[in-house]
Design a protein around this ligand. Structure first.
Ligand SMILES: [Zn+2]
Length: 292
């Protein structure tokens, strides 16, 4: 997102929640789930052109720090959720990062890092990831494959990147041009029952704005009202299950970046409404959001 639109997003969010600077993630938490040699190569710039192409941009010296800040904000949001029921990162959602390779603008898998941290600390025993970005959370699915404590659920465009989908977890592919009604039906009929059946005690929501009609990297056709209803229903599910809920923003690439900003702020508004209406877990009230 161009810097001026990022500033608009932060200013808009500050009118709704208390926005905090992101803390840096300790490297050890990334090393707990990613291959340490992979991390070291991306820290030092020892990457090939093919790796840069898969990532989507050329290596530069700020990649490691930006990754740590984005993941640090997701970790802070996870702490908020575990303490007060609700947590929010205005960035994050780098769900294409694998254990030992980067792709799709994703170097560190923030949600897997935070979920694994919560589990190791004994703060969560069953973690569901409701990935509503338009692209399949392939890195997340790969990293959580075969782990009985975690359930990745991905609702995504069938013909979008990644063109080879991971099979782990629950996958709900949607045809090009899917609009509000069909999207919300898939959410209610396929994604939510899977989360309910799994019975998580921690829920991550990737509230991708790239499901919006006109997104340059998406092929679905939701309206802003449809995205808002998606978010409202996701938070209602968290309330129904009385499970701490962490929201990260994931992708959004509308040709008019202001449209992406508006959808992001609508997610924040629904988050505030949900957090203010009930604290499903703990009692600290609406916690501050965090921004990378
Ligand atoms: Zn995406």
């Amino acid at each position: 997102m161009p810097p001026e639109f990022l500033e608009t997003l932060i200013a808009g969010a500050e009118a709704l929640v208390q926005v905090q600077d992101a803390p840096e993630l300790p490297w050890a938490l990334a090393e707990a789930v990613h291959d340490p040699a992979y991390l070291q190569r991306w820290r030092s710039g020892d990457v090939t052109r093919a790796e840069e192409r898969a990532m989507g941009f050329a290596w530069d010296a700020s990649i490691a720090r930006r990754g740590l800040l984005s993941c640090g904000a997701t970790l802070a949001a996870t702490r908020d959720a575990l303490q007060g029921g609700w947590g929010l990162n205005l960035g994050g959602g780098t769900h294409h990062a694998y254990r030992e390779h980067a792709e799709g603008f994703s170097f560190l898998n923030d949600v897997v890092i935070a979920a694994s941290w919560a589990r190791r600390e004994g703060l969560a025993a069953r973690v569901a990831v409701l990935d509503l970005d338009v692209h399949q959370g392939n890195g997340t699915a790969s990293m959580l494959a075969g782990q009985a404590w975690a359930l990745p659920v991905s609702l995504h465009g069938a013909s979008n990147y990644p063109f080879v989908k991971e099979e782990a977890g629950v996958n709900v592919p949607l045809p090009d041009g899917t609009g509000d009604d069909a999207y919300l039906a898939a959410l209610e009929d396929e994604a939510f029952p899977a989360v309910r059946a799994f019975g998580p005690d921690l829920l991550f929501v990737l509230a991708g704005a790239d499901v919006l009609a006109g997104d340059q990297l998406g092929r679905l056709a939701l309206t802003p009202e449809g995205v808002r209803e998606r978010d409202r229903r996701a938070y209602a599910l968290a309330g129904e299950l009385r499970v701490p809920c962490v929201t990260v923003m994931a992708g959004g690439y509308h040709r008019d970046p202001q449209r992406t900003v508006e959808v992001r702020l609508s997610t924040v508004r629904e988050w505030v409404a949900a957090a203010g209406a009930a604290a499903p877990f703990g009692g600290r009230g609406a916690p501050p959001g965090s921004v990378p």
